[in-house]
Design a binder for this molecule. Structure first.
Ligand code: KIV
Ligand code: ZN
Length: 546
């Protein structure tokens, strides 16, 4: 069994994270996230579940080709493995292989449940049949791909002795990574330590070429603790997601495991390849794309994670930073320099600052960012890193513009009916203008947008917050909408078809404009998903379909 001091980070934001209802990303967003995960330094990207739908397969294929191949021969060592998930059947495995084979380092990840509850009620298979199927399907996957990972689903509630047998068969059939999922977040750290320890000690055929991996869910809030316990027991791969997004209460969060290993290095004595200064930026990117807001008190990436508001803390912090801070904000990419740029800063200064923050823009992108920056600088005296992040997200991290906001005027207050006049440029280039009244300015704006776009949907969530302090702060809005007649996808494990939920994000110093942008953004995603294949609008990659 591999037992060195390096823990591989297997990121499943784009599979277990994205598959959870409500975290839908478009193909272009998935590609962008995958590029950023590669820059972050993750070792393996699980890019999706290709059997879920042709779109899912295509998104994994693009990631395999574009992110899974080195730009230059010398960067090959840093190219991540690209994994595709497959249930333990031939059609799924074929689809996973079709999707990942273009990567320099492809992996097929196949799984089958091993707990008594799952075998009896979900699979309706007896233990002997499960052993047989694992052996056959791992052998089949191995005939296609040299790198095969096997997961006994619901391992946390499986009989350890049965797991040893199943995992022994998987090794015999050619699996080189054995991933142990606590699928329903049931175990405690002591139990999970014992489970991993037992697997390492008792699985027949365990050898140095096998990596034991851990994959925990957070139903009892123990995912990070369980993952770290598994690592202490000898696991050398951790399956995680950015911001801990995932089914139900989520998966283990990447940033928590990585920063625990780094901050408590003397305790664990283990390293990862993660460039931790990228964490904050990528957390934001994933939050904007999914529409899933990061709670302010979230460890490592929450907006309060490095804020010290209580007077006693501030006093201590002023005396010495280490009194209340166990990590430096800059280690996770939260920059302390607040006063960054102002009205008189030029293009070069903006380019430099953005590069320091991890955004390398080409000339055309820089032109767009500079125009937005100047516009904001006219309205806001100092522009901070947080403002710049929001501006970049608003300008670049958004779906293809099917509808584009080209004008907005609202009246509101106690003296009359809140009214919004909205002007949108449609996919055919035609400008549509509609005026409506509503219960408030956002309601009126959304009603006007609905009249123009005419796609029935339900607004599930609307969040607004100020990015920085002060009356001239940028407002940031995230929304989540669900189509009333929408595209569905299939969950890999429950095999349930569910209607996708789309997130949208917008930022502006005018909060009604930010609200309109966020809603249009989400609607654009929904429209792209619904019309893909019908030749009406360009897909995420700018290709006319049909
Ligand atoms: O939680 C789980 O069991 C999974 C497997 C497919 C690895 O996500
Ligand atoms: Zn999972």
């Amino acid at each position: 069994m591999t037992n060195n001091n390096y823990v591989r980070i297997f990121d499943t934001t784009l599979r277990d994270g994205e598959q959870s209802p409500g975290a839908t990303m478009t193909s272009a967003e998935k590609l962008e996230v995958a590029h950023n995960l590669a820059r972050l330094g993750v070792d393996i990207i699980e890019a999706g579940f290709p059997a879920a739908s042709p779109d899912d397969l295509e998104a994994v294929r693009r990631i395999a080709l574009e992110v899974g191949n080195p730009a230059h021969p010398e960067s090959e060592a840093r190219v991540p493995v690209i994994a595709g998930l497959a249930r333990a059947n031939k059609p799924d495995i074929d689809k996973a292989w079709e999707a990942v084979q273009g990567a320099k380092k492809p992996r097929i990840h196949t799984f089958l449940a091993t707990s008594p509850i799952h075998m009896k009620h979900k699979l309706k298979m007896d233990p002997e049949e499960v052993i047989q199927r694992v052996s056959e399907m791992v052998t089949y996957a191995k005939s296609l791909c040299a790198d095969v990972e096997f997961s006994p689903e619901d391992a946390g509630r499986s009989e350890p002795e049965f797991l040893y047998v199943v995992l022994g068969e998987a090794i015999k059939a050619g699996a080189t990574t054995l991933n142990i999922p606590d699928t329903v977040g049931y175990t405690t750290p002591d139990e999970f330590y014992a489970l991993i320890d037992g697997i390492i000690k008792h699985t027949p055929g365990m050898h140095d070429g096998i990596t034991v991996s851990v994959h925990c869910h957070d139903d009892l809030g123990l995912a990070t603790a369980n993952t770290l316990a598994g690592i202490r027991a000898g696991a050398r791969q951790a399956e995680v997601t950015m911001n801990g997004i995932g089914e139900r209460a989520g998966n283990t969060s990447l940033e928590e495991v990585v920063m625990a290993l780094k901050t408590r290095h003397p305790v664990f004595g283990l390293d990862t390849g993660i460039e931790t200064q990228q964490l904050s930026r990528i957390s934001k990117l994933v939050s904007n794309y999914t529409g899933i807001v990061v709670q302010p008190n979230k460890a490592i990436v929450g907006s309060n994670a490095f804020a010290h508001e209580a007077g006693i803390h501030q006093d201590g912090m002023l005396k010495h930073q280490s009194t209340y801070e166990i990590m430096r904000p800059e280690d996770v990419g939260v920059n302390q320099t607040n006063l960054v740029l102002g009205k008189h800063s030029g293009r070069a200064a903006l380019r430099n600052r953005l590069a320091e923050m991890g955004h390398s823009l080409d000339d055309v992108e820089l032109d767009k960012a500079f125009a937005r920056f100047k516009d904001l600088a006219d309205r806001k005296k100092v522009i901070t890193d947080l403002d710049l992040e929001a501006l970049i997200a608003d300008e670049f991290y958004k779906p293809r513009d099917v509808y584009l906001l080209s004008g907005l005027q609202v009246t509101s207050g106690t003296m009359g009916m809140p009214t919004a006049t909205v002007r949108l440029r449609g996919p055919d280039g035609v400008i549509h203008t509609v005026a409506t009244i509503g219960t408030g300015p956002v309601d009126a704006t959304y009603k006007a947008i609905d009249q123009i776009v005419s796609v029935p949907c339900t607004l599930l969530e609307f969040n607004i917050h100020a990015i920085t302090e002060g009356i001239d702060a940028l407002g940031e809005v995230t929304v989540r909408i669900q189509s009333e007649s929408g595209a569905t996808t299939m969950d890999a494990q429950s095999e349930v078809e569910y209607v996708r939920v789309y997130g949208g994000h917008g930022a502006d110093s005018d909060i009604i404009v930010a609200s309109a942008k966020a809603y249009i953004n989400a609607l654009n995603k929904l429209i792209v998903a619904q019309t893909e294949g019908k030749g009406k609008v360009p897909n995420d990659f700018g290709v006319m379909l049909g």
